[in-house]
Structures are given as structure tokens and as C-alpha cells.
Design a protein around this ligand. Structure first.
Ligand code: ZN
Length: 211
């Protein structure tokens, strides 16, 4: 019997398959996305909203800037800031080039956006980051009072949105940021993998790597 591997008390194979799909969040980004993933029958899946489509478009632009970071020898993370549907700032990680430990893509993009609009607060802005921002970048996003953060891959080692901390949803702070994770996460993770694989190869060749 095909379903025997589940054990005698297991559910029928068909139901089991659906249950498996329900348990596996395709984006592995936690509770924000999982309820949607739980809608396991294709006919029940909601059509992507215009906002979701827009999120992917802006995330592609952030990824393009991440690739520029890769070409420059930086950790390939990109960010863009969108206000009223318009990109007002773009950046990639640049701590090595700028000799600046704070030069993460998100901080550089927030600085550029604030300068552009002539305001240190960015109410209504959405920050797109290819990777879950760190504590410093979440702090900067809170300082800027942005409305929304959309990010790609999770960062289990440094992410401060949901992995290590939940800084953007902390009731003790005087501002909270709406978040959406897992947007084009595979592309973002692939870019990081490419970078670290290249660096490993170079390190094996005996070339020192800063940072
Ligand atoms: Zn950061």
C-alpha cells in the first residue's frame, strides 16, 4: 500500500500530500507569509494583488543594485526607497569602498532619500531590501519613520525583523513598520551564495579578504 510509509494511523495519501503542502511555507519567511501558503489548493490561491506585483518590480530593482555591489566586491545587498510609487533612492552595500561600517544598502538608501526629499523623516515611504535588515538598519528605518519594509531573504545570523529580533514590531517603541518578507527571496539568496562561493574560492587561493 502506497500510504503505508506514513504508518497505519496516517491519513490517506491525498490528504497527507495536501497537509504536507500546508506545512511547508515556500518562502520560509515565517508567519507573515505562511497563512497564504496554507491556501493549498491552486483554485483557492488568491491572485497576486497589484501591490504584490509592484513589490516584486521594486525588489527586482533592489536586486539589480545588489548585483552592482557584487561587481564592486561588496556583500551583494541592494535597497531602494519608494514614495508614492516612485523610486527616490537606490543603493548597494558599500562598507569596504567607503571604509564605513554603517554603509549598508538600507542606510545609504535612507540617507539619499531623506536628502532628496529634504526631510529626515520619510513618512509613507517603503524600503525594499534584498535581505532582512540588521539591527542598525532597522533602527535607521525606525528613525526615518518609514511606513513599510519589504525584504527578500531572511538573515538568520543578523536579521532584526524576525530572525534575531523583531525591532519593527516592538510595542515599546514609538513607531512601528509594516513588513513583508520573502519577496524574490530565492533570487536574493542565490546572489549571496554566488558572493560567498566566490570568496571561499579566493580564500582557498590564499588571498586575504577584508571584513
Ligand atoms: Zn544593515
Amino acid at each position: 500500500m502506497k500510504g503505508a510509509a506514513r504508518g497505519p494511523a496516517g491519513p490517506p495519501l491525498g490528504a497527507g500530500s495536501r497537509d504536507a503542502r500546508r506545512l511547508i511555507c515556500p518562502t520560509l519567511t515565517g508567519s507573515v507569509m505562511c497563512p497564504r501558503a496554507a491556501m493549498n489548493r491552486p483554485s483557492e490561491r488568491p491572485e497576486p494583488s497589484p501591490r504584490q506585483d509592484a513589490d516584486e518590480g521594486f525588489m527586482r530593482e533592489a536586486l539589480e543594485h545588489g548585483r552592482r555591489g557584487l561587481a564592486a566586491g561588496e556583500v551583494p545587498i541592494g535597497a531602494v526607497i519608494v514614495i508614492d510609487g516612485v523610486v527616490v533612492a537606490r543603493a548597494h552595500n558599500a562598507p569596504i569602498a567607503l571604509s564605513d561600517p554603517t554603509a549598508h544598502a538600507e542606510v545609504l538608501a535612507l540617507r539619499a532619500a531623506a536628502e532628496k526629499v529634504g526631510n529626515y523623516r520619510l513618512p509613507g515611504a517603503t524600503l525594499y531590501a534584498t535581505v532582512e535588515p540588521c539591527a542598525m538598519c532597522c533602527g535607521a528605518a525606525l528613525q526615518a519613520r518609514i511606513a513599510r519594509l519589504v525584504y527578500g531573504a531572511r538573515d538568520p545570523k543578523a536579521g532584526a525583523v524576525e530572525s534575531l529580533h523583531r525591532l519593527l514590531d516592538d510595542a515599546r517603541l514609538n513607531h512601528r513598520v509594516q513588513t513583508r518578507g520573502g519577496v524574490l527571496a530565492d533570487e536574493s539568496a542565490a546572489l549571496l551564495s554566488e558572493f560567498f562561493e566566490t570568496r571561499r574560492r579566493r580564500d582557498r587561493g590564499g588571498v586575504a579578504e577584508p571584513g
